[in-house]
Design a binder for this molecule. Structure first.
Ligand SMILES: Nc1nc2c(ncn2[C@@H]2O[C@H](COP(=O)(O)OP(=O)(O)OP(=O)(O)O)[C@@H](O)[C@H]2O)c(=O)[nH]1
Ligand SMILES: [Mg+2]
Ligand SMILES: [Zn+2]
Length: 296
């Protein structure tokens, strides 16, 4: 009988599928014709499968809403961008780059601040002010001084229900630590992957989805830098939600908010409604995209 499910784990040619109807976990293999067509099922894929005894067979992959390459995972609703105050030090440039990449994939970002216990109160206050600036982009911010306090974690967990969530961010920011705080039973190894990454080993660590608070959640390996892959200069301004909000009021249709007169985005930057740092990073990324073009 043909059934529908979602791949939550992939191990050496086997795919563990959660049945959409019964919530049962079924081990499957992909039919040979996938490989022939060059399609590889990934974690997060919705599939039609048949369950014949011990082992099921994936018959068909349903169209993907979105997908990430590193790590390979599909159909993601939201990303928790774990951002540390220090070690590694907060960088608005890197944060904005992560956000732009997430927006490019049609995924909703949420920002979670960690390691505030390692900075002074003054530094915390100013970081908090910076992060509050992202509310104009309608990003939800988790910025309590005690990152892992029960109330804030509860608040975060409430967002998981009926969604597929990935934890992403710089290596060492505290993604796995945060997940362990949410559910100590997960017992995810912390503070070791970054070192392996640096040596260039195990960069394709297995990603799997696990059930948490009524949704599916994945930890992912961190990174130390990021490229703006597949984003062109016309798409870039649309990946800043607060720019998108004001661009209909720009004098020119298709305004890129650079040198055009009557630009409402620039006006909102000047009046402090849009953060200067977001705008500066936008110009920086535009430059970067132009320099990729020259390189290739
Ligand atoms: N003081 C302090 N240390 C933290 C906090 N969050 C995480 N750490 C520590 O930071 C180190 C890195 O944390 P991980 O959870 O392994 O970081 P990660 O983001 O999963 O890193 P990768 O898996 O390499 O991407 C660990 O030693 C954690 O104990 C925090 O809020 N405060
Ligand atoms: Mg980790
Ligand atoms: Zn404009």
């Amino acid at each position: 009988m043909e059934r529908q499910g979602r791949i939550i784990k992939s191990i050496s040619g086997f795919y563990d599928v959660i049945d959409q109807q019964t919530d049962e976990l079924v081990r499957t293999r992909a039919r040979g014709n996938f490989r022939k067509r060059g399609i590889k099922p990934v974690v997060g894929d919705l599939v039609n499968y048949e369950n014949s005894g011990d082992l099921g067979y994936i018959l068909e992959l349903l169209p993907r809403r979105n997908s990430l390459v590193r790590p390979p995972i599909a159909n993601i609703d939201q990303a928790i961008v774990v951002t540390s105050a220090i070690e590694p030090k907060f960088s608005s440039n890197l944060l904005d780059k992560i956000l732009v990449n997430i927006e490019h994939n049609g995924i909703k970002p949420l920002i979670f601040l960690t390691k505030t216990d390692l900075i002074s109160l003054t530094d915390y206050q100013s970081l908090k002010d910076t992060l509050r600036g992202y509310q104009i982009a309608d990003y939800q911010i988790f910025d309590d001084q005690d990152s892992y306090n029960h109330k804030q974690l509860q608040h975060l967990e409430n967002e998981f229900t009926d969604k597929v969530t990935v934890f992403t961010g710089q290596s060492g920011a505290g993604k796995s630590t945060l997940l362990n705080h949410i559910n100590p039973d997960l017992n995810i190894a912390t503070a070791e992957i970054s070192q392996t990454l640096n040596r260039g080993k195990h960069t394709t660590r297995q990603v799997s989805l696990f059930e948490l608070s009524g949704g599916l959640v994945a930890d992912t390996p961190g990174f130390s830098s990021l490229e703006l892959i597949d984003i062109d200069k016309d798409e870039l301004p649309t990946l800043f939600p607060e720019f998108l909000k004001y661009s209909p009021e720009c004098q020119f249709r298709g305004c890129k908010h650079v040198n055009e007169p009557g630009c409402m985005v620039k006006e909102k930057v000047n009046s402090g409604v849009i953060m200067q740092s977001r705008y500066d990073n936008y110009l920086y990324f535009l430059n970067e995209i132009n320099s990729y073009k020259k390189r290739y």
